[in-house]
Design a protein around this ligand. Sequence first.
Ligand SMILES: [Ca+2]
Length: 153
Amino acid sequence: MFKRFLIGTLVAATAVTWAADDIIVNLALKAKATVSSQENDSLVAANATDGNYYSRWSSQRSDPQWIMLDLDKPKTFACVVLFWETAYSAEYKLEISDDGKSWKTVYEQKKGQGKIEDIYLKKSVTARYFRVYSEKRGTGYGVSLREIQLFAR
Ligand SMILES: [Ca+2]
């Protein structure tokens, strides 16, 4: 996880080659993000995919809340890393879609603890749209993500 974290944080736009056969790319980097709500004009959706750990999106203080990423074209991934701010989600689903309207659940979290969640899906999935759908906040605040990362493995 740490290696991926470094890539997402420090290298904004390019893939990093660690070894000849070990190229790891954050497929969510700079993806267009749409959200259910935002807390204010600074904590915007784009902050969750800007490659900067210190910037974040935060929702308003109600349930449910979601953030949707448009990956521009179908991409295949098997690992999702969520960097929560203090305002995390206790219950959420990870969903994929081909059209941004009809969703399929690929992971369900019922006991989220926030911080950094390194999630491996049961199998690789291919989709253009990805959504974190929070059903229940973990605190009295909204839900807030510093970064969302997607990896092929
Ligand atoms: Ca960020």
